[in-house]
Design a protein around this ligand. Structure first.
Ligand code: SER
Length: 325
């Protein structure tokens, strides 16, 4: 059977940190009306709401998702709906239900409706304390200790299984912490790397919930969007991996990040009061080997710590001046 061409896209989690910006990038690329943004209960940004279709839907409600697939003649799904690591530790049952049962609904609907392609994000949370921490290899030990991580490893495996078993073209990568300035992340461990900028600009101080030596892999949103679109555009024949690409752009300690911010805001002070998220951060890699992504679909980031910091401070500074922070 000839598969439909890639043009009618459904994005779940469109009110989330990545979903918000992904919807706008996809609308720019494929046309506003061709990208249906969906969310479970949070309203998306005005920009998302005003630029194209939006519907409330819960990915655990398979029938309602199917109605939207038919109504909008969807051929591609970006499944960005998820419960992140910190909230997942508070509500592990909810985390499993959304991240796994919701995902399986999406994958089954994709098979049943003969969709062209599905994007399923994974995370550095797929790794665990036994994984080598520095330059973490593509193929390595995946024994996470958070429910979020458990769902991410399971999501990678089930996605690769659907690829083999049903021929469904599923792609995904292990996102590092994503730093952005449109929509705040909701309930993750790497949130400090975003909050620090908002607080530096608004209050010139930040109390960080992990210690100053904590190093995690990170990426600025423009690179995250580029990686996502590029992987989805890659020729399938060049992909040896499918749902589990390591990707990264930079690694830094919180202290290094605070020092970089001080270059722009000299009065900025960062203090440290680690909470339960320290243990989660300590179970994840410090840096990532993303050579498979570089080789198979030419992944290359544009932003390092200095360039990202400069841009974040410029964008958030302007928003603050306009009273929009
Ligand atoms: N940013 C996510 C979290 O901290 C990791 O994928 O939960």
């Amino acid at each position: 059977m000839v598969k439909k061409s890639m043009k009618n896209i459904l994005v779940t989690g469109a009110a989330g940190q990545i979903g918000t910006e992904l919807v706008m990038a996809l609308r720019q690329k494929f046309g506003n009306d061709n990208v249906l943004a969906t969310g479970r209960k949070t309203k998306p940004t005005k920009q998302v709401l005003n630029s194209g279709p939006f519907e409330f839907v819960n990915i655990n409600d398979k029938e309602s998702v199917e109605k939207l697939i038919k109504k909008y003649d969807i051929d591609t799904i970006y499944n960005m709906a998820a419960i992140l690591s910190a909230v997942g530790e508070d509500r592990p049952g909810l985390c499993w239900n959304v991240n796994m049962n919701g995902l399986i609904n999406i994958l089954d609907l994709a098979v049943q409706n003969d969709l062209t392609r599905v994007f399923v994000p994974s995370s550095i949370a797929a790794f665990g304390p036994e994984t080598p921490k520095n330059n973490t290899p593509q193929e390595t030990i995946l024994k996470p200790t958070t429910m979020y991580g458990v769902t991410k490893v399971s999501g990678e495996l089930i996605s690769d299984y659907y690829f083999q078993k049903f021929g469904l073209d599923i792609r995904g990568m292990r996102y590092p912490g994503i730093i952005s300035n449109e929509t705040l992340p909701g309930g993750g461990t790497t949130d400090y790397a975003v909050e620090i900028f908002y607080e530096a600009i608004k209050n010139k101080k930040y109390e960080c919930f992990v210690n100053k030596d904590t190093v995690l892999p990170m990426m600025y949103m423009p690179d995250c969007i580029k990686a996502t679109l590029d992987l989805m555009d890659a020729e399938i024949s060049s992909l040896k991996h499918h749902s589990d690409f390591n990707v990264t752009a930079m690694s830094f300690s919180v202290e290094e990040l605070a020092d970089e911010i001080k270059k722009h805001i000299p009065e900025f002070r960062c203090t440290y009061k680690p909470d339960f998220r320290q243990k989660i951060a300590d179970s994840w890699p410090r840096s990532i080997d993303d050579s498979a992504a570089r080789k198979e679909w030419n992944w290359k980031p544009e932003y390092n710590l200095a360039k990202m910091t400069e841009d974040m401070i410029q964008v958030l500074g302007k928003k603050h001046e306009k009273g929009k922070l």
